[in-house]
Design a protein around this ligand. Structure first.
Ligand SMILES: Cc1cc2nc3c(=O)[nH]c(=O)nc-3n(C[C@H](O)[C@H](O)[C@H](O)COP(=O)(O)O)c2cc1C
Length: 423
């Protein structure tokens, strides 16, 4: 992404400017499309396609690892409905070690105070990685690549702290023909004692070693999926990129306790009277995910703009506008997991329509035209104070007009006169 993010930043800074100045940064082709849009003719075809680490996606919407990519039937459905890519449910070598419980989900509804009504805004899961035999998952991935050779299928993998195990898993998953690998360094619950998932993503030394093993073996692009359950997410993201990964995916779920049943005094989700902290997702995590993605995007722009590295934004996406926000921060693709569990695979059509609507409104014809456009507008709090004081000073100056006759200038004479007229 480095090169493209760099380009995008140049163009996008201009895009964020008032329309008059924006025009100067547009190519002749775009000026034509703008003119057409301004005439109210909707003849200009909007292009949602994205190219990431050499992979061509019809749109930036990717199924995030989880139940929506758990078997052949559902992944096929995702391709048929038009998702830009699918990240399969995370697999490991020995599925027999993965034992799930039920219930394993709990939901938070807005303004409901415990009632079953109200919009779902938060979702906690204590689900582990795939509990299906690896051989079965591999056969299904292979079948999907045979049936959909032009579509992007990404294998998600997680293993114990063991180089040979990682190498074996990579070899077997790559043999199915998947286009890329996403490494689950981020599962917040289950198996930390086996140094799996977030246990690696939260320990930069361990992460560097494991990324080294992975990148000496993998022959397809590797995305490192980050946990938000860490003070500074840019640290593991930087380590993963320095260790050879081609992309960062963020965020996985946020460590959470969904609630306590005030009748039984037991935590939720309650399994035989007990619970364990789980992973929080859905709408409620969206602002937190945007914050983490913003930090990673800034770090990538500052430190990796000489490499083709990519960023996949994840967390609480249910609308095209949610996705546009991730892209405006610099994400190349946007993943959706819980949104699909709530609204179904057809959601992608609405996401594409929403995103096109946003693009039409701003006269963007490609994703790359606005990717990263909002990133330059983050600064420090100290700088905000400076900017505000300066703005107040200017507003006061305008309101009060000239302080003294010595302030009259030849060039600004008419404006200066205006500034002292009362009506
Ligand atoms: C039920 C459930 C299971 C999940 N399983 C996985 C998994 O196997 N591997 C993984 O990398 N992420 C997994 N995730 C995390 C999602 O891919 C995603 O990072 C997170 O839920 C935030 O995105 P969302 O708000 O769109 O769901 C799971 C999420 C949920 C809700």
């Amino acid at each position: 992404m480095a090169a493209s993010l760099g380009i995008s930043m140049g163009g996008s800074a201009a895009i964020g400017l008032p329309s008059q100045r924006r025009l100067f940064s547009l190519s002749p082709a775009k000026l034509v499309s703008r003119a057409v849009a301004e005439k109210g003719v909707s003849a200009v075809e909007l292009d949602l396609s994205v190219r990431v680490n050499g992979l061509q996606l019809p749109n930036p919407f990717v199924i995030g690892s989880g139940p929506p990519g758990t078997n052949y039937t559902v992944m096929k459905r995702a391709f048929d409905e038009g998702w830009g890519a699918v990240v399969a449910k995370t697999v490991s070598l020995d599925a027999a070690k993965v034992v799930n419980v039920t219930p394993r989900y709990a939901r938070l509804r807005a303004g409901s105070n415990g009632s079953a009504k109200g919009q779902i805004i938060g979702w906690e899961n204590i689900e582990l990685i795939s509990d299906r035999p690896l051989e079965t998952m591999l056969k299904e991935l292979k079948q999907l690549k045979i049936e959909y050779p032009d579509r992007i299928l990404i294998g998600s993998i997680m293993e114990e702290y063991n180089k040979d195990a990682w190498h074996e898993l990579i070899e077997r998953v790559e043999a199915t023909g998947v286009d890329a690998l996403e490494i689950n360094f981020s599962c917040p619950h289950g198996m930390p004692e086996r140094k799996m998932g977030a246990a690696v993503g939260q320990d930069c030394a361990l992460l560097e070693e494991v990324c080294g093993w992975i990148n000496e073996k993998a022959t397809v692009p590797v995305w490192a999926k980050m946990t938000p359950n860490i003070t500074d997410i840019t640290q593991p993201a930087r380590v993963a990129l320095k260790s050879g990964c081609e992309g960062i995916a963020a965020i996985n779920t946020i460590m959470s306790v969904m609630g306590i049943d005030l009748n039984t005094l037991r935590p939720e989700p309650c399994v035989e009277g007990y619970s364990t902290p789980g992973g929080y997702s859905s709408k409620a995590v969206h602002p937190i995910a945007l914050g983490k993605v913003m930090q990673i995007a800034q770090m990538m722009k500052d430190e990796f703009s000489n490499r083709d590295v990519s960023l996949s934004g994840i967390g609480g996406v249910e609308t095209g506008n949610d996705a546009a926000e991730f892209i405006l921060l610099g994400a190349n693709t946007v993943q959706v997991c819980t949104g699909v569990m709530m609204h179904g695979y057809g959601l992608v059509k609405k996401l594409c329509e929403d995103l096109k609507e946003f693009m039409r409104k701003h006269n963007f014809s490609t994703i790359e035209e606005f990717r990263g456009a909002s990133l330059p507008y983050f600064t420090t709090h100290t700088d905000l104070v400076r900017r505000q004081q300066e703005a107040i000073k200017q507003r006061k100056a305008v309101r009060l007009g000239l302080q003294s006759d010595k302030d009259w200038t030849g060039d600004g004479f008419v404006k200066e006169t205006e500034s002292m007229v009362s009506n």
